[in-house]
Write a protein that binds this ligand. Structure first.
Ligand code: NAG
Ligand code: NAG
Ligand code: NAG
Ligand code: NAG
Ligand code: NAG
Ligand code: NAG
Ligand code: NAG
Length: 767
């Protein structure tokens, strides 16, 4: 029972001087009239001791208190006892404030600074008999019959606990910072999908779950975030890597950086570990950089805000475009590739269906325009910006181009090449591609092994009948969830493996009439490991990578479902004398560039380094626009039996070199081929290397450049091979390349082939 102190209510200031004692009261039943005060350091604790309700302060502001529920378990150190609920959406009160469960059944929070009640539960009309803090962290008001009339679970702040319901009536809002409430919130949209948004109008993440009404979001104690329908059946779920592990404490929180994360308590390291996050690339969270510039993923795997323009001289510097209005000489537009700029408070003007060139002149001729972003993902769009302060993000996978208005007057602008050279035309031969620089860069990229938690995202099909609707609802272009099919569903989809389109690859059709390619992995890798790898691959999106759409994982069956590409593999084109004609010189160089971009993205564009592991012409396919897409990336860890390569960037670079030579020459058998090609090139007969079936149009300068970079990729000494990023620059023509030396690597040594990381035999995993 709680100690009552009516005195406290009347004389808060006096009692403020009393010494705080650490008092914990088991709160299986908190009677009417009970009180807590800020300075008292007293808590109501749940019967199992896991949660505590009371006032808490932080060392930064020892005299400012919040009231709510936090973790209290003895196994969690005090500084890790995360607050999971705050009364009144992050209300801060003074150090003599108190909280009262009044005799007429109302919860009241009195703020000593303002001198008023700042929050009440408005429950006096209910027959409240007591309050309680449940074992799951829910603070409730109960009637005599123990019916819940009010619960903290209905008023979530930034956290969702296992067992808590979250529906269309609820919002999670990230915690306030510097007394300003956060712009980031989580809510359920009209379709019943979860949505993260910034400032109530800009949505930057959607669960893409099947739509429905009366849906509830629910965090299970085994670590799955589910959306359940009105029959309480899960229709969508995501979970972290430690799903089903015996983890004692978990919670879901909308963090101050705008990302939604699922946390698990890690007994061994005594810390909270994020096991899932909604937005994989933090730069894709809207306004991650605010006005501090452009968000880029650094090589160490964390987001950084870079200002390629000019920083203001303020206590919190902002990134701005030096006022072009006062330009005495001519204005021009600097070009930033793979960059998207956005207006935060003043949204951009949008002009659709115009070319990049028109977009540029539109901004140039508008005195108010400071910058423009041109995006072309089907429809060409031009976003005209009229703000001086810049926010945005850059990523190698982005196809948008940003144009920034600059004055050509000499000024202290230092266009920092965050993304690419800010010139309108690619620089040619402006930087030398020397061996020393290569070695430095390559050793830099090999440090890129960052292990970040990735989500396992999957879909469950409770009932067969749901499938059609579900699959349709879930195949949005940026959906990072995968369809999971049972083996019998796979049989239906592929008509019992009727149409083989490659070794262990079959054509199929999903219930929504979408064509897919189903690959049988012919392996029985452990289920958990398989799901982790597959879900990692499922989060990778790049226009030159074949998208993984789903998978099957049942007993002895491990299959992958890829998007279907109508034009088949590059290999087929190379081997067929008729089809081969479509592979003109220009097309082949373009394919090399597309493939290099895709591999570069795998190596440095994702949060975690991913090697392709098996790059060759068979694994490059051509889509309906005859654009190259790379397939079967990252599978070497699954398919130890079916793939022969290891898992390093250098090996992918070498495979790329081989692929380029094969594509240019039309010959296979790279060991001999590379020596012969090098000899021809060195003797000035580079044209002899080119596939005879190419009917002219060969640009010999370009050929020289392509061969040079291929020979660099094939260097025996791995350290001398360029990084994929450098290869892309060379092929784009923004980096020049020195003549490569002999010798090349010959065929890979047989014992090297067995070094596959996926193989679980201890004697073969030397990494
Ligand atoms: C919280 O407030 C109490 C009482 O004013 C004080 O003794 C304590 O040091 C404060 N805690 C922190 C973490 O600042
Ligand atoms: C309460 O906070 C005020 C400042 O807001 C401070 O001057 C006072 O010492 C604090 N009282 C206690 C008991 O900590
Ligand atoms: C969550 O919703 C379910 C189904 O409506 C209900 O049975 C359960 O009591 C709710 N839980 C809480 C904590 O409100
Ligand atoms: C959803 O809830 C509303 C009101 O709570 C109810 O009228 C409606 O029948 C429910 N719909 C379903 C499908 O349960
Ligand atoms: C988790 O456990 C349940 C039941 O034990 C099982 O049905 C489910 O497949 C497991 N999930 C994973 C991802 O292992
Ligand atoms: C920034 O501005 C302050 C005055 O506003 C000035 O004293 C300081 O020198 C400036 N710093 C720079 C680097 O310009
Ligand atoms: C532009 O010209 C005006 C007048 O000649 C001069 O005051 C101003 O400093 C010049 N601005 C720049 C950026 O050179």
């Amino acid at each position: 029972m709680l100690e009552l102190n009516g005195f406290l209510l009347k004389w808060p200031l006096l009692l403020c001087l009393s010494v705080g004692l650490l008092l914990h009261t088991i709160a299986s039943q908190i009677p009417l009239g009970s009180k807590l005060s800020a300075f008292e350091n007293k808590f109501w604790v749940s019967p199992n001791g896991d949660f505590a309700f009371g006032f808490f302060n932080r060392s930064e502001h020892p005299n400012q208190f919040r009231l709510g529920v936090r973790f209290n378990s003895k196994s969690i150190p005090i500084d890790q006892q995360t607050v999971v609920w705050v009364m009144g959406a992050d209300l801060m009160v003074g150090n003599c404030s108190y909280f009262h469960l009044t005799e007429d059944g109302e919860l009241v929070l009195y703020d000593s600074l303002k001198g008023v009640n700042v929050w009440t539960s408005k429950t006096s009309q209910f027959p409240v008999a007591s309050a309680a803090l449940y074992d799951n962290g829910n603070f409730v008001l109960l009637t005599e019959k123990k019916d819940v009339v009010w619960q903290s679970f209905d008023l979530p702040s930034d956290t969702l606990l296992p067992g808590q319901n979250f529906s269309a009536f609820h919002t999670l809002r990230a915690a306030s910072q510097n007394y300003m409430s956060s712009y980031y919130s989580l809510f359920m949209n009209a379709l019943g999908q979860l949505q993260l948004r910034w400032d109530s109008h800009f949505s930057y993440w959607t669960s893409r779950s099947p739509s429905g009404s009366n849906l509830t979001v629910f965090l299970t104690s085994d670590g799955a975030l589910q959306i359940r329908d009105h029959k309480w059946e899960p229709i969508w779920l995501v979970f972290g890597e430690d799903h089903n592990d015996s983890v004692h404490y978990r919670y879901l929180r909308l963090d101050v950086d705008g990302n939604l994360r699922l946390y698990s308590w890690l007994e061994t390291s005594q810390s909270w570990r994020p096991v899932w996050q909604a937005v994989e690339n933090q730069c894709n969270v809207f306004a991650t950089c605010g006005h501090h510039g452009i968000c880029v993923y650094t090589e160490s795997g964390s987001p950084a805000c870079k200002c390629p323009f000019k920083l203001t001289n303020e206590s919190i510097p902002r990134c701005f475009i030096p006022s072009p209005q006062q330009c005495n000489s001519s204005l021009n537009m600097l070009n930033y590739k793979h960059t998207l700029l956005y207006g935060m408070y003043q949204s951009d003007d949008l002009v659709s269906q115009i070319s990049l060139h028109e977009c540029k002149s539109l901004c140039l001729n508008d005195p108010l325009c400071t910058a423009a972003t041109f995006a072309n993902d089907g429809t060409a769009r031009c976003f005209i910006k009229k703000t001086l302060y810049m926010s945005g993000y850059a990523d190698p996978s982005l196809s948008s181009v940003s144009l920034v208005k600059m004055c050509s007057d000499p000024m202290a602008v230092n266009p920092n090449p965050v993304t690419s050279s800010p010139q309108l035309t690619p620089r040619k031969g402006s930087s030398k591609f020397s061996i020393t620089c290569l070695i430095g860069a390559v050793s830099g990229t090999s440090l890129l092994f960052i292990l970040v938690q990735l989500a396992l995202v999957l879909f469950i099909y409770r009932r067969r009948s749901l499938m059609k609707k579900v699959a349709l609802g879930y195949t949005g272009p940026n959906s990072n969830s995968l369809v999971v099919l049972s083996f019998s569903e796979i049989k239906d989809v592929t008509r019992n493996f009727e149409h083989p389109i490659g070794p262990t690859m079959f054509k199929g059709i999903l219930p929504n009439n979408q064509l897919v390619a189903v690959k049988d992995m012919k392996t029985t890798i452990e289920e958990r490991k398989y799901r982790v790898i597959v879900s990692k691959i499922g989060t990778i999106h790049h226009k030159n990578l074949v998208k993984l759409k789903g998978y099957c994982c049942e007993l002895n069956h491990r299959l992958l479902i890829y998007e279907y590409t109508v034009n088949g593999s590059l290999d087929e084109y190379m081997e067929d004398s008729k089809l081969c004609k479509r592979l003109t010189w220009g097309k082949r160089v373009e394919i090399c560039l597309s493939v290099s971009r895709a591999i570069s993205y795998l190596h440095t564009g994702c949060r975690e380094f991913i090697s392709h592991g098996n790059l060759k012409c068979e694994n490059v396919v051509l889509d309906e626009n005859f654009e190259a897409k790379v397939s079967e990336f990252g599978l070497h860890r699954i398919a130890s039996e079916t793939s022969s390569s290891g898992a390093s960037a250098e090996m992918d670079v070498e495979d790329f070199g081989k692929m380029v030579l094969t594509l240019i020459s039309g010959c296979k058998g790279v060991g001999e081929l590379s020596h012969w090609a090098y000899k021809e090139w060195a003797e000035g007969n580079a044209l002899n290397v080119v596939d005879r079936r190419i009917n002219g149009g060969v640009d010999s300068k370009r050929l020289d450049c392509v061969l040079r970079i291929a020979f660099w990729c094939l260097q025996m000494d791995e350290r001398m091979r360029p990084s994929m990023r450098e290869v892309v620059k060379v092929l784009e023509g923004t980096l020049s390349v020195d003549p490569p030396p002999l010798p090349f690597t010959s065929q890979r040594l047989p014992e090297e082939e067995e070094l596959s990381e996926a193989s679980s035999e201890p004697n073969s995993s030397r990494f």
